[in-house]
Design a protein around this ligand. Sequence first.
Ligand code: NAG
Ligand code: NAG
Ligand code: NAG
Ligand code: NAG
Ligand code: NAG
Ligand code: NAG
Ligand code: NAG
Length: 339
Amino acid sequence: MFAILLTVLCLVSVSRSAPLACEKLVKPLEQFDIQNVTGRWSLVAVSLEDRAHENIVRRKDSIVVDIRNSSYIEAERVAGRCQYDLLDFTLEGHILTMKAGNVNLTGTLFYTSCADCMVLTMHIKSPTYRTVEFYLLSRRRQKLEGPECLCCFSVSVPFVPFSMSHCMSPSACEKLLHPLEQLDFHHLEGSWALVAGSVSDPAHLESLKSRDSARIIFAGNSDASKISFTRVFSSDDSCQYMHSNITLQGSGFTFEQFNITVTALNTSCSDCAVMRFDKSKQVQRLYLFSRRREVGQTEMEEFKAQAACLNITAPFAMDPSKELCPEKISGNPAEGQNA
Ligand SMILES: *[C@@H]1O[C@H](CO)[C@@H](O)[C@H](O)[C@H]1NC(C)=O
Ligand SMILES: *[C@@H]1O[C@H](CO)[C@@H](O)[C@H](O)[C@H]1NC(C)=O
Ligand SMILES: *[C@@H]1O[C@H](CO)[C@@H](O)[C@H](O)[C@H]1NC(C)=O
Ligand SMILES: *[C@@H]1O[C@H](CO)[C@@H](O)[C@H](O)[C@H]1NC(C)=O
Ligand SMILES: *[C@@H]1O[C@H](CO)[C@@H](O)[C@H](O)[C@H]1NC(C)=O
Ligand SMILES: *[C@@H]1O[C@H](CO)[C@@H](O)[C@H](O)[C@H]1NC(C)=O
Ligand SMILES: *[C@@H]1O[C@H](CO)[C@@H](O)[C@H](O)[C@H]1NC(C)=O
């Protein structure tokens, strides 16, 4: 049905200018091969049925998309800031369906003459609104050669090309997984509550779920190479404390004895720390810590997208109403005084 819609647009365009070309140029992906669409895409152009929405789209500097497993991750740059969206999709044949609240999105993928591009038509339906949008996505980050890529695309509906420099922007996942340049002790110092965690091995999710709460504490003195790192877990009304000495290096630190490297990722949440734990260079866990016990919805969305980019489980959110253990083991004043 959506194929027909696009074909009709093409025919209109055929009769107008570029004869014959369009039918060959745009054809639906009969066999939807997930491998063909997995990975990063830059949005090169959009065509919108809804002219009001066009102005919103024009304000965006760039839109990049990452398709992973069953996640559609989008990063939009608006007025110098990045906003992230994560949608889970399902595939039936070559139809991709997604849901965002009470909005249903149905996408159909088309091949184009441009070998590393695809056209995605998106039918958007909410209880009160329906529209269709066309996206031209490319793997490339430089200028697309020739006008054929846009053929059949800018016909009867408004058309917004993104400047080619924007096509060069990094993918959504590259942005989301960007390590902090320099992990600063003064930013880290003190206690952080675990807000949510995501793991590579679903079996490890059980140990996370079995905990009522968790916090980490960074403490130190003038020597940045000797920082005390304490993990505190609460489960079944008891508290467990694990101490390590760490040295900050670049965007993270290493637990030599376990061969675990911790890397802090960039986040738009200013009182959060997102930390990725890798063992022997394989991601194992991703944690969202905050000075607060819970974060806002957009902040959680960003964390979900970060986990999806790493292709690990969806985050498990800790219960913010469960008490945190004290920062120090009670009944041990000596340690309390010194640390
Ligand atoms: C899809 O992927 C296969 C191999 O994975 C490749 O041979 C083929 O050219 C791709 N098709 C498109 C349209 O990208
Ligand atoms: C993500 O992980 C699943 C297994 O959990 C695997 O089947 C899939 O191929 C992976 N996808 C990517 C894009 O790495
Ligand atoms: C969205 O899809 C669900 C089924 O997945 C359906 O029940 C609902 O009515 C749809 N909503 C709209 C606005 O079409
Ligand atoms: C950390 O360093 C302190 C002081 O150097 C030392 O007393 C303590 O035993 C060390 N802790 C661990 C877990 O290595
Ligand atoms: C890190 O995140 C901040 C806030 O979202 C953003 O302004 C900055 O450009 C990001 N840096 C990188 C290297 O992605
Ligand atoms: C740590 O990981 C590296 C990289 O995978 C590996 O070469 C090294 O042998 C590991 N060391 C230990 C102590 O496991
Ligand atoms: C990948 O997608 C499949 C199917 O939707 C899902 O069962 C699986 O948990 C996903 N893997 C990851 C690592 O998210």
